[in-house]
Design a protein around this ligand. Structure first.
Ligand SMILES: CCCCCCCCCCCCCCCCCCCCCCCC(=O)SCCNC(=O)CCNC(=O)[C@H](O)C(C)(C)COP(=O)(O)OP(=O)(O)OC[C@H]1O[C@@H](n2cnc3c(N)ncnc32)[C@H](O)[C@@H]1OP(=O)(O)O
Ligand code: FAD
Length: 663
């Protein structure tokens, strides 16, 4: 009979876990789909993944190709919907070329292609008759997209573009799927016609033959090599690509934003040029949604293990203390648990925001685009940085055993951490938010209304002067008090930065000089968005015994922990007094006590299978020690008692020592 070592913990829960699972999934339907697909993947031996770290790169990669092909076969056999297929990809839990095909190549054509181009290319891509990648970054430039060097020169004689890599640094470098698999790519290059330059645009370029998969003439392509961590992101073929005067038909430039006529004239359509960057906005919002997946996974492992692990505190020979009962453990773990829930809520909101802007764009309303860019960039930065740091903190929370591959945490970290860099370096993205905020502040007096997530700045006069009303610790549970403190902090920091900027004769010079402060302003604004969206969510009717109460506690933990960590901002801007800061800390401690009995149930609500978690420390049944012990013996190093190489290299040293001793 299987014993549930965490049964005691589960019996303490003060809320309906099944209802919380539905809140986490987003809807009853989403929960049912997710649960069904998770089980399907977990029960299929073809999706086994616990041996990945022991494979060499070639084997690992071949294994990924096999899994991706098998996944595609199952998707077709079972006629999975897009929602189901994307859950399948999530639970298969292995980065692959298909991510870039579905996640960037297809969206780039949808977002930047004309109707005609979509009709030609999308059916091929949807049936995977071609496999695409997104090739923007080069060896010399990633963040600075306008600095890309690849050229696309229009040749009016042949009605073609000539795609060329003029320098070593213009080699495409990093695109996922490019290294070994992609047959096509959306390639970003500087458009040149009639000797004039017209900025960076996307072009569909065939890279490899559809017959023998060899590179087409003029193309040099390969993989860029092993990346951080064993296994991990090495299932992906990030690639290098060079063009030597490669010709493509004119109609393979993505022409929704600008068109090149037969004569080589460039015509701008009525959509803003920034839509060339649209695929990045789409992926950034996807990355925000995904942050809660990665963080919740790490938190699930660390929480279950913290309830199993005991150190010190035995009374009269009784059991030692569960490490989850130490306030220091709670102070590190529970804010991460709260962040996972907070990012879930903000990810949901981001989906709404994206759907809204997509509908507006269709109706030629571009008014919300700058705000959507700022929100996706800022929240991508905030959530990925917090998640990457959070996964590493969870590893430390698991002590020595967290460092074992079988804890599931090292691989999770290695796969996740590039999210802080790809799709926009997190600092570069925060500087985009800061630009947006400085612009908003500068327009406050001009009658232009601050809207959306910056609407609070419309109350600048009140927020510059308000005094926090907290008299006792419980006051910090009031949403209006928390909101005002966060809004006042973000406003005062923004206004202070704007004032400092105005002292510079040259705005760009000032922006560079003050960029470290500007990043902090952007963080304050983004943290406010997360807090406000969590609070908004709690205004809704949330069914299920105790569910809303748990979410309220987590929301308060999220906000008060940020307040504690960024106390310097709140105190130096005069938003709160030192006494009120101390009361916030008292309230936070009290909240930890309320979260404690519910902690294991709160991570059960993520509904992760043991297959997905792939962590001995995070097993659902908490049966950690026998399984760790068992697993050690499975290591290939333990296949033989005396390891290969011992007699050859080590024994002679031992023998020498023995001889020396005898002399
Ligand atoms: C195995 C199973 C198989 C099963 C198969 C089934 C599959 C089923 C489904 C699977 C789905 C899978 C989904 C996976 C999801 C995808 C995973 C992806 C993984 C990650 C891959 C990573 C890819 C990349 O990294 S791509 C490269 C990204 N590169 C960057 O992000 C570069 C960053 N730099 C920039 O964005 C810009 O250059 C920037 C913004 C920093 C500066 O640009 P620029 O100099 O041109 O602008 P500015 O002068 O600063 O600004 C001008 C103006 O424009 C505004 N602006 C800037 N950017 C934008 C924008 N994006 N949108 C709107 N507006 C923008 C800016 O604010 C300025 O406005 P002003 O008003 O003029 O101030
Ligand atoms: C795993 C992985 C997968 C990727 N997949 C793809 C893909 O499929 N397709 C694709 O096209 N690209 C891809 N990329 C590339 C990725 O998008 C870029 O690496 C990323 O945009 C960062 O650009 P960079 O490498 O030029 O960094 P850099 O800009 O060189 O950053 C280096 C440092 O400089 C700082 N910095 C840069 N500019 C500024 C500034 N203005 N102010 C202050 N500090 C600054 C940064 O903060 C950072 O600390 C991938 C990258 C990785 C790691």
């Amino acid at each position: 009979m299987e014993v549930d070592h965490l049964a005691d913990e589960r019996s303490k829960a003060q809320f309906d876990v099944e209802e919380m699972k539905i809140v986490w999934a987003g809807s009853r339907h989403a929960f049912q789909v997710s649960d069904r697909i998770a089980r399907l993947v977990a029960s299929d031996p073809a999706f086994q993944k616990d041996h990945r770290a022991r494979l060499g790169r070639k084997e690992l990669f071949k294994n990924t190709l096999r899994k991706a092909a098998y996944a595609w076969k199952r998707i077709n056999e079972l006629r999975l919907t897009e929602e189901e297929a994307s859950r399948l990809r999530f639970f298969v839990d292995e980065p692959a070329f298909t991510d870039l095909h579905w996640g960037m190549f297809v969206p780039a054509i949808k977002g930047q292609g004309t109707e005609e181009q979509q009709q030609k290319w999308l059916p091929l891509a949807h049936k995977m008759q071609i496999i695409g990648c997104y090739a923007q970054t080069e060896l010399g430039h990633g963040s600075n997209v306008q600095g890309l060097e690849t050229t696309a020169t229009f040749d009016p004689q042949t009605d073609e573009f000539i795609i060329h890599s003029p320098t070593l640094t213009s080699s495409k470098w990093w695109p996922g799927g490019l290294g070994k698999v992609a047959t096509h790519g959306v390639i970003y290059a500087r458009l040149l016609t009639n000797g004039q330059e017209h900025g960076v645009h996307g072009f569909i370029v065939q890279i490899r033959s559809l017959d023998d998969h060899l590179p087409l003439p003029g193309i040099t392509v390969g993989d860029i090599g092993i990346k951080f961590g064993s296994g991990a992101y090495n299932t992906m073929d990030n690639g290098v690509l060079r063009f030597d005067q490669v010709r493509i038909p004119r109609n393979q430039m993505l022409m929704r934003v600008s068109q090149v006529t037969r004569e080589g004239k460039v015509v701008q359509s009525d959509v803003p040029r920034q839509l060339v960057y649209g695929t990045m906005v789409f992926v950034r919002k996807t990355i925000v949604g995904d942050a809660s997946n990665a963080l919740s996974r790490a938190v699930c492992i660390a929480t279950r293990y913290s309830a199993v692990r005991r150190q010190f505190g035995s009374q009269k020979g009784g059991l030692e203390t569960q490490v989850i009962d130490y306030k220091t453990q709670q102070n590190r773990l529970f804010p991460l648990l709260a962040s996972a829930y907070a990012f879930r809520v903000v990810g949901e909101w981001m989906e709404w925001l994206y759907t809204d802007v997509t509908q507006r764009l269709k109706a030629n309303d571009f008014s919300t685009l700058p705000e959507v860019h700022a929100c996706t960039a800022g929240l991508k930065s905030l959530t990925t940085s917090a998640t990457a740091d959070g996964i590493e903190e969870c590893r430390k929370l698991c002590g020595g055993h967290g460092y074992l591959h079988s804890s599931g945490l090292p691989e999770l970290f290695a796969v996740y951490v590039p999210a802080c860099t790809y799709e926009g370096d997190n600092i570069v993205l925060l500087l985009q938010v800061a630009r947006f905020l400085m612009k908003t502040v500068s327009q406050l007096g001009s009658g232009k209304k601050a809207v959306g997530t910056t609407a609070y700045m419309g109350r600048v006069e009140q927020l510059m002067q308000c005094r926090c009303d907290v008299q006792n610790a419980e006051d910090w549970l009031k949403p209006s008090i928390v909101m005002e403190a966060f809004e006042a902090r973000a406003t005062r920091m923004s206004v202070a930065c704007a004032r400092n900027l105005s002292k510079f004769g040259n705005q760009e010079e000032g922006f560079l000089e003050l960029s470290a402060d500007l990043v902090e302003v952007a963080v304050a604004h983004c943290q406010l968005i997360v807090v406000s969206k969590f609070i908004e969510k709690l205004q809704q009717d949330i069914p299920g015994k105790g569910v809303k109460n748990q979410l309220e506690n987590l929301c308060s933990v999220y906000a008060l922990n940020i307040l504690h960590k960024h106390l310097g901002d709140f105190l130096s801007t005069g938003c709160i007094t030192p006494m009120q800061a101390s009361l916030a800390n008292d309230q936070l401690r009290s909240l930890y006590s309320q979260v404690r009995p519910n902690a294991v149930a709160l991570v059960d609500a993520f509904n992760y299978t043991d297959h997905f978690l792939s962590s001995i420390l995070g097993r659902y049944d908490g049966n950690v020690y026998p399984k760790l012990y068992e697993d050690a013996w499975k290591d290939p190093l333990n296949d033989s008692i005396v390891p290969d190489g011992f007699h050859e290299y080590v024994q002679p040293i031992l023998k020498q020592q023995l001889r020396n001793a005898k002399l």
